[in-house]
Design a protein around this ligand. Sequence first.
Ligand code: BES
Ligand code: MN
Ligand code: MN
Length: 456
Amino acid sequence: MEATQDYIKKNEKKFLDELFELLKIPSVSADSKYKKDVERAAEFIRSSLVEAGAENVEVCPTKGHPIVYGEKIIDPKLPTVIVYGHYDVQPADPLNLWDSPPFEPVIKNNKIYARGACDDKGQVFMHIKAFEGMMKTNTLPCNVRFMIEGEEEVGSSNLGTWVKENKNRLKGDVILISDTSIIANDIPSIEVGLRGLSYVQVEVTGPNRDLHSGVYGGAVGNPIQVLCKMIDSLKDKNNRITIPGFYDDVLELSKEEREELNKTPFDVEEYKKDLGVEELMGEAGYSPLEHTGIRPTLELNGIWGGYTGEGSKTVLPSKAYAKISMRLVPNQSSEKITKLFSDHFEKIAPKCVKVKVLPHHGGEPVVTPTDSIAYKAASKAMETTFGKKPIPTRGGGSIPIVALFEKELGLKSVLMGFGLDSDLIHSPNENYGVFNFMKGIETIPLFFRNFTEMSK
Ligand code: BES
Ligand code: MN
Ligand code: MN
């Protein structure tokens, strides 16, 4: 183990240089303009895996963006860790809010600034470099398979099919994922829950064409205003979602479980200050940790219609649109919630408009165990490298494939992420601490060793 850690420490500069090459590739999965770049990023991951010592490495085409697979099977009798991550990134805009260009990585204040620095290229690369470290020093203690996809940020829609068709390549004992955060660099934690997601786009049509807002205004329903009213009615004064049946399947936590969750270090004043808000706004009767950890929510992600260009235009538009996401908790089902939403939204529409609901993508919520060998192996590894035992936390984000792995492969995941909530993932100036990057590379080999030993 010492040799591995030695190798890692000596190669920090090399690791960072290589990561920078990956970060320079704008692998934005949502925008077809970047299709070639997404392919280039897949190829980069492929060659990094080969160089690190993986075998049977392949860029596997799908109906969408490719999945990179690679493995090192040293002894079929030993345990097998499946490493999952994603090399695709969110769109970088608004570009004008970045202090340096999103695909020209730089280090400032010991942080790597670039789109994907944390989510998830930086964290995927930690795994490849930790593997390289174990290979170069002959210390890989068990088998490993890598599955690095290119469609996580757009809902992993083709990964499910690939998993179903490649079950033989996915024989293993646990899925290890670094795509989440810790509480702080001196408060390590492991996420043991992820929320599910239902995502829809709605279209509200009023008159059959754009109208003069003076000639017709006052007599005809304005779809933007109707949409605003409809959206407003989706939450009541207690910030509870009004869609009938929305909460029916929500697993309520016991008083003890809630008390335990609320012991997680969290400073409301710091939180508000950091966000520049004077007050928070969440479902009555729950704390902010509960709002994001164990309660479902409905959020407007975008709303548009009418004239938004320079100056003014007097128009009563024909159409208005919104993108709406609902984060789900155990035991809600994404399909059921999408249906409840659609039925309700169509029902509350006044007769002066027509409504269309277009479902986008979804994912199921998950809770991962803390009494598994894999969780204990991760906890012990982080305790060694951080000097403190990590706290189990409930994350608010979603990684839809985690529930699918459980369903299709019967495998649980361990979410051993190293990001911080302040890393600005999906936002301008996304960054990842060099500390976090190196801490991840140091911790991963310890997970492999602990997991192998504890599995005996
Ligand atoms: N890595 C994130 C999810 C995440 C971030 C989990 C921080 C926990 C802490 C992932 O890449 C992501 O952004 N997922 C999307 C879901 C997807 C279907 C677009 C999300 O949560 O919005
Ligand atoms: Mn991610
Ligand atoms: Mn993301």
